[in-house]
Ligand binder design. Sequence first.
Ligand SMILES: [Zn+2]
Length: 266
Amino acid sequence: MRKYCLLLMIVFIVISATSVIAGQPNLPPSPPERTFSLPPQASEVASGVYYLGTSYDKEKPVEGYALIHYKPGYAKPTNPAKPSKDPSCYTYLAKGAKWRILEPYIVDLTYSNEIAPIIASSIQKWEVAAGKDILGENSAGTIDGADMENPDNKNEVMFGGIEDKNVIAVTIVWGTFSAPVPSRELVEWDQVYNTDYDWSFRGEPDTTEMDFDNIATHELGHSVGMGDLYTSACSEQTMYGYAATGETKKRSLESGDIFGIKSLYK
Ligand SMILES: [Zn+2]
Protein backbone atom coordinates (compact mmCIF):
# COMPACT_ATOMS: atom_id res chain seq x y z
CA MET A 1 0.00 0.00 0.00
CA ARG A 2 2.76 2.37 0.94
CA LYS A 3 4.59 1.63 -2.23
CA TYR A 4 1.39 2.36 -4.12
CA CYS A 5 1.04 5.74 -2.42
CA LEU A 6 4.60 6.61 -3.22
CA LEU A 7 4.05 5.67 -6.82
CA LEU A 8 0.93 7.81 -6.94
CA MET A 9 2.85 10.70 -5.50
CA ILE A 10 5.60 10.37 -8.07
CA VAL A 11 3.03 10.30 -10.83
CA PHE A 12 1.40 13.38 -9.34
CA ILE A 13 4.67 15.26 -9.19
CA VAL A 14 5.49 14.36 -12.77
CA ILE A 15 2.05 15.55 -13.89
CA SER A 16 2.43 18.80 -11.96
CA ALA A 17 5.82 19.43 -13.45
CA THR A 18 4.52 18.73 -16.95
CA SER A 19 1.62 21.09 -16.51
CA VAL A 20 3.93 23.81 -15.26
CA ILE A 21 5.98 23.44 -18.41
CA ALA A 22 2.83 23.32 -20.53
CA GLY A 23 1.56 26.42 -18.76
CA GLN A 24 4.65 28.33 -19.80
CA PRO A 25 4.14 28.06 -23.51
CA ASN A 26 6.28 28.93 -26.43
CA LEU A 27 6.06 32.59 -25.40
CA PRO A 28 8.57 34.91 -23.83
CA PRO A 29 7.26 36.52 -20.64
CA SER A 30 5.37 39.77 -20.95
CA PRO A 31 6.66 42.87 -19.15
CA PRO A 32 5.66 42.62 -15.47
CA GLU A 33 3.89 45.99 -15.56
CA ARG A 34 1.50 44.67 -18.14
CA THR A 35 -0.97 42.95 -15.88
CA PHE A 36 -4.55 43.60 -16.80
CA SER A 37 -7.20 44.25 -14.22
CA LEU A 38 -10.41 46.22 -14.52
CA PRO A 39 -10.38 49.72 -13.06
CA PRO A 40 -12.55 50.16 -9.94
CA GLN A 41 -15.13 52.28 -11.76
CA ALA A 42 -15.87 49.54 -14.34
CA SER A 43 -19.41 48.22 -14.02
CA GLU A 44 -20.82 45.07 -15.61
CA VAL A 45 -23.73 46.02 -17.84
CA ALA A 46 -24.25 42.68 -19.60
CA SER A 47 -22.62 39.28 -19.49
CA GLY A 48 -18.86 39.93 -19.66
CA VAL A 49 -19.40 43.54 -20.78
CA TYR A 50 -17.97 46.22 -18.50
CA TYR A 51 -18.70 49.92 -18.95
CA LEU A 52 -15.49 51.92 -18.48
CA GLY A 53 -16.99 55.41 -18.49
CA THR A 54 -16.55 58.47 -20.66
CA SER A 55 -13.50 60.19 -22.07
CA TYR A 56 -12.44 62.14 -25.14
CA ASP A 57 -11.00 61.07 -28.47
CA LYS A 58 -9.71 64.02 -30.51
CA GLU A 59 -11.98 66.31 -28.44
CA LYS A 60 -15.03 64.16 -29.17
CA PRO A 61 -16.78 62.60 -26.13
CA VAL A 62 -16.52 58.81 -26.23
CA GLU A 63 -17.38 55.85 -24.01
CA GLY A 64 -15.42 52.68 -23.38
CA TYR A 65 -16.35 49.04 -22.89
CA ALA A 66 -14.23 46.03 -21.93
CA LEU A 67 -15.42 42.66 -23.26
CA ILE A 68 -14.10 39.89 -21.10
CA HIS A 69 -13.95 36.22 -22.01
CA TYR A 70 -13.94 33.69 -19.27
CA LYS A 71 -13.10 30.06 -19.65
CA PRO A 72 -16.16 27.77 -19.50
CA GLY A 73 -17.87 27.64 -16.15
CA TYR A 74 -16.61 31.05 -15.06
CA ALA A 75 -18.82 33.35 -17.11
CA LYS A 76 -21.73 34.88 -15.28
CA PRO A 77 -24.47 35.68 -17.77
CA THR A 78 -26.42 38.54 -16.22
CA ASN A 79 -28.23 39.70 -19.31
CA PRO A 80 -28.29 36.92 -21.87
CA ALA A 81 -29.15 37.97 -25.40
CA LYS A 82 -32.65 37.20 -26.57
CA PRO A 83 -32.94 34.33 -29.04
CA SER A 84 -32.04 35.80 -32.39
CA LYS A 85 -34.56 36.13 -35.15
CA ASP A 86 -34.05 34.74 -38.60
CA PRO A 87 -32.05 34.88 -40.67
CA SER A 88 -29.18 34.89 -38.24
CA CYS A 89 -27.55 35.04 -34.86
CA TYR A 90 -25.76 38.33 -34.30
CA THR A 91 -25.65 41.33 -31.99
CA TYR A 92 -23.74 44.62 -32.04
CA LEU A 93 -21.87 46.52 -29.35
CA ALA A 94 -24.41 49.23 -30.18
CA LYS A 95 -26.59 49.57 -33.25
CA GLY A 96 -24.73 51.50 -35.96
CA ALA A 97 -21.45 51.72 -34.00
CA LYS A 98 -18.78 50.97 -36.61
CA TRP A 99 -15.50 52.14 -38.09
CA ARG A 100 -15.83 55.06 -40.47
CA ILE A 101 -12.11 55.59 -41.16
CA LEU A 102 -9.24 53.09 -41.52
CA GLU A 103 -6.89 53.21 -38.55
CA PRO A 104 -3.67 51.18 -38.28
CA TYR A 105 -2.98 48.87 -35.36
CA ILE A 106 0.15 47.81 -33.48
CA VAL A 107 1.08 44.23 -32.54
CA ASP A 108 3.30 43.52 -29.55
CA LEU A 109 6.78 43.09 -31.07
CA THR A 110 7.72 40.37 -28.57
CA TYR A 111 5.07 38.08 -30.04
CA SER A 112 4.82 39.55 -33.50
CA ASN A 113 6.14 36.51 -35.39
CA GLU A 114 3.48 34.31 -33.85
CA ILE A 115 0.50 36.58 -33.84
CA ALA A 116 0.85 39.28 -36.53
CA PRO A 117 -0.01 36.95 -39.46
CA ILE A 118 -2.99 35.51 -37.56
CA ILE A 119 -4.34 38.93 -36.56
CA ALA A 120 -4.03 40.09 -40.19
CA SER A 121 -5.82 37.04 -41.59
CA SER A 122 -8.54 37.19 -38.91
CA ILE A 123 -9.20 40.86 -39.72
CA GLN A 124 -9.42 39.89 -43.36
CA LYS A 125 -12.15 37.33 -42.62
CA TRP A 126 -14.37 40.10 -41.22
CA GLU A 127 -13.51 42.47 -44.07
CA VAL A 128 -14.27 39.87 -46.72
CA ALA A 129 -17.62 39.18 -45.04
CA ALA A 130 -18.37 42.91 -44.79
CA GLY A 131 -17.33 43.48 -48.39
CA LYS A 132 -15.03 46.35 -47.43
CA ASP A 133 -11.92 47.31 -45.49
CA ILE A 134 -12.71 48.06 -41.86
CA LEU A 135 -9.41 48.25 -39.99
CA GLY A 136 -6.09 49.60 -41.22
CA GLU A 137 -2.74 47.86 -41.51
CA ASN A 138 -0.31 46.54 -38.94
CA SER A 139 2.12 49.39 -38.29
CA ALA A 140 5.20 50.03 -36.17
CA GLY A 141 4.72 51.52 -32.72
CA THR A 142 5.13 51.01 -29.02
CA ILE A 143 2.64 48.99 -27.03
CA ASP A 144 1.98 50.63 -23.69
CA GLY A 145 -0.97 48.70 -22.36
CA ALA A 146 -4.73 48.37 -22.73
CA ASP A 147 -6.44 51.72 -22.29
CA MET A 148 -9.25 51.53 -19.77
CA GLU A 149 -9.45 55.14 -18.58
CA ASN A 150 -8.79 57.13 -21.75
CA PRO A 151 -8.17 56.11 -25.36
CA ASP A 152 -4.64 56.94 -26.54
CA ASN A 153 -5.15 56.90 -30.31
CA LYS A 154 -3.41 53.54 -30.67
CA ASN A 155 -5.10 50.22 -31.44
CA GLU A 156 -2.93 47.71 -29.61
CA VAL A 157 -2.71 43.91 -29.58
CA MET A 158 -0.70 42.41 -26.75
CA PHE A 159 -0.11 39.44 -24.50
CA GLY A 160 -0.16 40.11 -20.80
CA GLY A 161 -0.90 38.76 -17.40
CA ILE A 162 -4.57 39.03 -16.42
CA GLU A 163 -5.34 39.31 -12.74
CA ASP A 164 -8.38 37.05 -13.04
CA LYS A 165 -6.87 33.75 -14.19
CA ASN A 166 -10.21 32.58 -15.60
CA VAL A 167 -10.09 35.25 -18.28
CA ILE A 168 -8.85 34.11 -21.69
CA ALA A 169 -8.78 37.50 -23.41
CA VAL A 170 -10.12 41.03 -23.15
CA THR A 171 -11.03 43.47 -25.90
CA ILE A 172 -11.54 47.13 -25.08
CA VAL A 173 -13.47 49.29 -27.50
CA TRP A 174 -13.99 53.06 -27.37
CA GLY A 175 -16.65 54.77 -29.42
CA THR A 176 -19.65 57.08 -29.53
CA PHE A 177 -22.17 54.43 -28.50
CA SER A 178 -24.76 56.87 -27.15
CA ALA A 179 -24.71 59.25 -30.12
CA PRO A 180 -27.61 59.23 -32.62
CA VAL A 181 -27.39 55.92 -34.51
CA PRO A 182 -26.36 57.35 -37.93
CA SER A 183 -23.34 59.12 -36.42
CA ARG A 184 -22.14 56.40 -34.03
CA GLU A 185 -18.59 55.28 -34.60
CA LEU A 186 -15.78 53.21 -33.12
CA VAL A 187 -12.58 55.10 -32.38
CA GLU A 188 -10.19 52.66 -30.68
CA TRP A 189 -9.65 48.99 -29.83
CA ASP A 190 -7.09 47.20 -27.66
CA GLN A 191 -6.71 43.50 -26.94
CA VAL A 192 -4.98 41.54 -24.20
CA TYR A 193 -4.47 37.77 -24.48
CA ASN A 194 -3.70 36.00 -21.23
CA THR A 195 -0.14 34.62 -21.03
CA ASP A 196 -1.31 32.13 -18.38
CA TYR A 197 -2.78 29.95 -21.11
CA ASP A 198 -0.87 27.63 -23.38
CA TRP A 199 -1.49 29.11 -26.82
CA SER A 200 -1.33 27.33 -30.15
CA PHE A 201 -0.35 29.40 -33.19
CA ARG A 202 -0.33 26.90 -36.02
CA GLY A 203 -1.94 23.65 -37.06
CA GLU A 204 -4.40 21.91 -34.79
CA PRO A 205 -4.23 22.77 -31.07
CA ASP A 206 -3.90 20.10 -28.40
CA THR A 207 -6.90 19.71 -26.13
CA THR A 208 -5.00 21.74 -23.50
CA GLU A 209 -4.11 24.60 -25.82
CA MET A 210 -6.03 27.76 -26.62
CA ASP A 211 -6.06 28.25 -30.37
CA PHE A 212 -5.00 31.83 -31.06
CA ASP A 213 -6.78 32.04 -34.43
CA ASN A 214 -10.00 30.81 -32.80
CA ILE A 215 -9.91 33.39 -30.01
CA ALA A 216 -8.52 36.26 -32.12
CA THR A 217 -11.21 35.95 -34.79
CA HIS A 218 -13.84 36.30 -32.06
CA GLU A 219 -12.04 39.19 -30.33
CA LEU A 220 -11.59 41.02 -33.63
CA GLY A 221 -15.34 40.70 -34.09
CA HIS A 222 -15.63 43.06 -31.10
CA SER A 223 -13.00 45.38 -32.61
CA VAL A 224 -15.22 45.82 -35.68
CA GLY A 225 -18.44 46.28 -33.67
CA MET A 226 -19.94 42.83 -33.01
CA GLY A 227 -21.36 41.80 -29.63
CA ASP A 228 -21.34 38.44 -27.83
CA LEU A 229 -24.04 35.79 -28.21
CA TYR A 230 -24.97 33.64 -25.23
CA THR A 231 -27.92 31.58 -26.45
CA SER A 232 -27.21 27.94 -27.24
CA ALA A 233 -29.07 28.35 -30.55
CA CYS A 234 -26.14 30.54 -31.60
CA SER A 235 -23.39 28.29 -30.25
CA GLU A 236 -21.84 27.65 -33.68
CA GLN A 237 -21.27 31.32 -34.43
CA THR A 238 -17.85 32.94 -34.04
CA MET A 239 -19.42 35.59 -31.80
CA TYR A 240 -20.73 32.96 -29.34
CA GLY A 241 -19.44 34.17 -26.00
CA TYR A 242 -17.87 30.98 -24.65
CA ALA A 243 -14.65 29.38 -25.82
CA ALA A 244 -12.61 26.38 -24.74
CA THR A 245 -9.16 24.90 -25.15
CA GLY A 246 -8.74 22.81 -28.29
CA GLU A 247 -11.60 24.66 -30.00
CA THR A 248 -11.15 25.86 -33.61
CA LYS A 249 -14.72 26.41 -34.84
CA LYS A 250 -14.47 30.18 -34.33
CA ARG A 251 -11.69 30.44 -36.92
CA SER A 252 -14.34 30.63 -39.63
CA LEU A 253 -17.27 33.05 -39.67
CA GLU A 254 -20.74 31.55 -39.74
CA SER A 255 -24.05 32.75 -41.19
CA GLY A 256 -24.97 35.09 -38.31
CA ASP A 257 -21.47 36.61 -38.13
CA ILE A 258 -21.48 37.21 -41.88
CA PHE A 259 -25.00 38.61 -42.04
CA GLY A 260 -24.35 40.82 -39.03
CA ILE A 261 -21.11 42.38 -40.23
CA LYS A 262 -22.43 42.87 -43.75
CA SER A 263 -25.52 44.66 -42.41
CA LEU A 264 -23.45 46.86 -40.08
CA TYR A 265 -21.10 48.04 -42.86
CA LYS A 266 -23.52 48.22 -45.77
ZN1 LIG B 1 -16.78 38.14 -26.98
